[in-house]
Design a protein around this ligand. Structure first.
Ligand code: GLN
Length: 294
């Protein structure tokens, strides 16, 4: 066996070089980004890279990888380059029409599944602003009770992606998709529900300078920004939810740590009861749970 020449672009060297390159470009997930892109270019699992370190890739995947590395270094999110993102251990298709699912939102799933434990069957759920459909589909995959889910979004393009994700996870017959603004998207006379979940746009224009370029230059504005303060959409959602929740039903939403206190105040001024705020992995106030009286 001839040893690999020292300067050959093995997978190991590619990963090392790319990680450095991404570090210099200011990414804070350089190694992971490099691995996800290389694994996708080679059409293998990320973990397999580690058993193939000495391999030299063929020209075609190598060229694809190099192209992605350039685009990533220029700021494009990895999820849009490879076309998918993992959320709650499920794989979701994403496009520039949808927000990239975030680990913070997994806390919303945990809280939503928890309140479903006590809900009567069939549990009726609405996911407001479904985007890629990650919340609706993940709930559908994890509920061990009878349920129906309605998912809304103002973007038809996003709804098309959400539908595809429901299909690939084989829950499309359990989720209805509606185009429109928040709960106005639902057909007139829709039945009240046990649970409303949402990860609505919640960044304020006032804090736009704190948002990373890789987010604000590539992810959909409509999915990120709510208005000047960031609370504008949640402010409209709370009274709408109040009208659609059954007695004892829950509202579980994601919000910004910077405006969570204001959101709690808005709940307290509504007819809903405040239940709790749940912190994310970084210890920041992220998930707000409220409950309809009764
Ligand atoms: N529900 C989707 C998510 O959590 C989209 C949210 C959004 O676009 N604001 O990723």
């Amino acid at each position: 066996m001839t040893p690999t020449p020292i300067n050959e672009w093995t997978l190991q060297r590619l990963l090392e070089w790319t990680t450095n390159h991404f570090n210099e470009a200011g990414s804070d997930s350089s190694r992971l980004d490099a691995e996800v892109l290389l694994a996708e270019a080679l059409q293998c699992q990320r973990i397999e890279l580690y058993t193939r370190f000495a391999e030299v890739p063929d020209a075609e995947p190598l060229q694809k990888f190099r192209e992605w590395v350039k685009r990533r270094a220029a700021g494009e999110p990895v999820a849009y380059l490879v076309g998918h993102k993992e959320f709650y251990s499920l794989k979701f298709k994403v496009t520039p029409a949808t927000l990239v699912p975030r680990p913070e939102t997994e806390h919303l799933i945990v809280a939503a599944l928890e309140v479903c434990k006590d809900a009567e069957e069939p549990i009726r759920i609405i996911d407001v602003g479904t985007g890629s459909g990650c919340i609706a589909v993940t709930l559908a995959k994890h509920l061990d009770k009878q349920y129906v889910i309605a998912a809304t979004d103002i973007s038809l393009e996003a709804l098309a992606v959400a539908r595809e994700n429901a299909q690939s996870h084989e829950v499309e017959s359990r989720i209805r998709f509606y185009e429109g603004d928040l709960l106005d998207a639902l057909p007139e006379g829709s039945n009240p529900v046990h649970l409303i979940v949402s990860n609505p746009p919640y960044i304020g224009r006032v804090e736009v300078d704190t948002v990373e370029d890789t987010v604000k230059d590539y992810e959909p504005d409509a999915a990120l920004f709510a208005g000047e303060q960031g609370t504008e959409i949640i402010e409209r959602l709370i009274p709408q939810a109040e009208k659609m929740l059954l007695p004892g039903g829950h509202l579980v939403i994601e919000a910004s740590p910077t405006t969570m206190d204001r959101c709690v105040e808005m709940v307290n001024q509504s007819g809903l009861d405040f239940v709790e705020v749940i912190n994310d992995y970084a210890g920041l106030k992220r998930i707000l749970v409220a409950r309809q009286k009764g």
